[in-house]
Design a protein around this ligand. Structure first.
Ligand SMILES: [Zn+2]
Length: 61
């Protein structure tokens, strides 16, 4: 796994980051609220399951 901040090789003691510096940067981003979560990760398995059930809902009884 590579460091999510600078994409360098992750260091065991700082996993998943390569250094304390990158870990701090990542933490700062979260606290900032500037960390962008990809849309697909915001959809939990709960939502996907609900969508599937709606599609499979029978129209006639
Ligand atoms: Zn890094």
């Amino acid at each position: 796994m590579n460091c999510p901040v600078c994409n360098d090789v992750a260091e065991q003691r700082f996993r998943p980051f390569c250094s304390r510096r990158c870990a701090d940067i990542d933490l700062g981003r979260w606290l900032d609220g500037s960390y962008v979560i990809p849309p697909e990760e915001r959809r939990g398995p709960d939502t996907a399951d609900r969508d599937l059930r709606t599609l499979k809902e029978p129209e006639t009884a």
